[in-house]
Design a protein around this ligand. Sequence first.
Ligand code: ATP
Ligand code: MG
Length: 222
Amino acid sequence: MIRIEGVNKIYNEGTAQAFDALKSINMQVNKGELIILSGVSGSGKSTLLSLIAGLDKPSSGKIIVNGELISKLPDLHASAYRAETVGVIFQHFNLLESLSVQENVMVPLINSGLGLSVIKEMTQKSMKMSVIEHKATQQISLLSGGEKQRCAIARALVHEPKLILCDEPTANLDRANSLKFIEILHSLHKMGKTIIVATHDPLFEELDFVSKVIAMEDGSIV
Ligand SMILES: Nc1ncnc2c1ncn2[C@@H]1O[C@H](COP(=O)(O)OP(=O)(O)OP(=O)(O)O)[C@@H](O)[C@H]1O
Ligand SMILES: [Mg+2]
């Protein structure tokens, strides 16, 4: 599903502040795998996820997802790739605080060309799967941290992406909410989704459905 070949990422390339954030990364992820990306702060996990998500481009090397060379996609095609294939879950949720849960969850479908009844149906389904359906009409600013995270999950899943990328998804959650998150991840895994989670949460080390742990250090895979 994902092939990464000789990927380098240099921030501020060509300036005195140039920084090698990723160095000669090679990795392969098969369809349906759940990959844990581990490594200390600054090792390059978020950088790698943003390249796979098509949010940024490598300085050199290739990233191929579903047979498509996404490292070379022009911006317009990159956003189409994200809209079709990728769901991203961040540590800080990135929700629109003044809107309701269901409005936030709908956002990725707004430019999809789908009819309103289909959009409502998909939104409902995703909220149900993410155990946040009971708060559908509540404003984000009135939710608990765990509920915000589950709303963010619903938004990431609403367009039914094949690939789900999670960046420190449990960093702001207590143990009970982290375990709920892991339960949702498990059901996504059973559905055959390909999932990459960047985390240093020890809870993920104990999971029996993890396919592979990839450890990063100083921009390299170790
Ligand atoms: N836009 C940027 N410009 C310059 N340097 C950057 C930029 N983004 C990240 N870096 C640097 O690249 C390195 C890798 O950052 P990255 O965010 O990928 O690490 P991380 O493994 O996700 O860390 P954390 O666990 O703290 O989230 C860090 O040293 C960071 O300072
Ligand atoms: Mg990070």
